[in-house]
Design a protein around this ligand. Structure first.
Ligand code: HEM
Length: 123
């Protein structure tokens, strides 16, 4: 039955998540409003954690082993506007790599659930 197929499998599993994250972070790092956050970050570890996170978030086989998102991002004081830009890059990447619209909506609404944990500003 359709409802038993995970979002992970519907979008193409590990391979899709891998190319998604590569293109997505290329966009984020090319965005001068966002890139400075990542200046001193270990990108290999970040991408590994993001792969786990997206796999877990879409019902895939990996478990997220990183720190709670609130703890990771709290000191960065990320604004709602920056969060929205980050999400826009994600939407664009999903479109570019051919993830179907319904699956993209599901991914974006999942990611938006973390907005309050990741942002830390008063507008
Ligand atoms: C839905 C949105 C987001 C999700 C799901 C997310 C998820 C993650 C994850 C899983 C990690 C790795 C945690 C670990 O190492 O244990 C991480 C790290 C990081 N995130 Fe995010 N993040 C989001 C939004 C953002 C935004 C908007 C920014 C900045 C504009 C940002 C900047 C960073 C940085 C700089 C690190 C690396 C921290 C370090 O140096 O180790 N994140 N994020």
């Amino acid at each position: 039955m359709e409802s038993e197929v995970s979002l992970y499998d519907r979008i193409g599993g590990a391979e899709t998540i891998s190319s998604l994250l590569d293109s997505f972070y290329a966009k984020v790092l090319a965005d001068s409003e966002l890139a400075h956050y990542f200046k001193n970050s270990p990108m290999d570890k970040l991408l590994k954690m993001q792969k786990e996170f997206f796999s877990a978030a879409t019902g895939g086989p990996l478990t997220y082993s990183g720190k709670p998102l609130r703890d990771v991002h709290r000191h960065m004081a990320i604004s709602k506007r920056e969060f929205a830009r980050f999400t826009e890059h994600l939407i664009e990447t999903l479109k570019e790599i051919g993830v179907e619209e319904q699956a993209s909506y599901e991914i974006i609404s999942h990611v938006n659930l973390y907005a309050d944990e990741i942002t830390n500003d008063v507008y």
